[in-house]
Write a protein of this length. Sequence first.
Length: 171
Amino acid sequence: MDKTEIIHPFSQADLTGSFAIAAPCNAHVKPLAQHPRPLVANGYFGTGVMFEPFGYKFYSPLAGVLTHMPQTCHQIKLKSKQGIQLHIEFGQQTENLMATGFKLYKSTGDKVEKGDLLFEFDLARMKRELPSIISFLTITNTQQLACIFPFYHEVHAITDNLLNLKVRSKK
């Protein structure tokens, strides 16, 4: 099996024929390899990016189905209409807040469109009570992808892309 290539920097022409994953929240985006948890940094949860959120709203980055959306908002899983599977971990040890500081708008099994509000969060509380607000988004079924184009800079929810994906051509 071929490994999915992460291409950065890239040109606008490189994005031709790619599939966009929107930024789910306002955030500062960095390479996944910089994540403080070695399992995450080494790709155990898939290939993707880490991000540090700012703001207070979290949106669906694509159209699909929420396959896992706990009330604690600590681990979110989505499957896109194209079959792409996303794994998002929001903050570190967020489940310890026992869902306080979150207002959910969607739940497991819901169909979502890109830009649907999933939940609101109390960022000040998260910063006070969690070890870190560093989060990550990975693609867990990368075998169908040829390459990933991450956007390592400040992104704004839904208006900016978090990353673009190119599907592997079928032989």
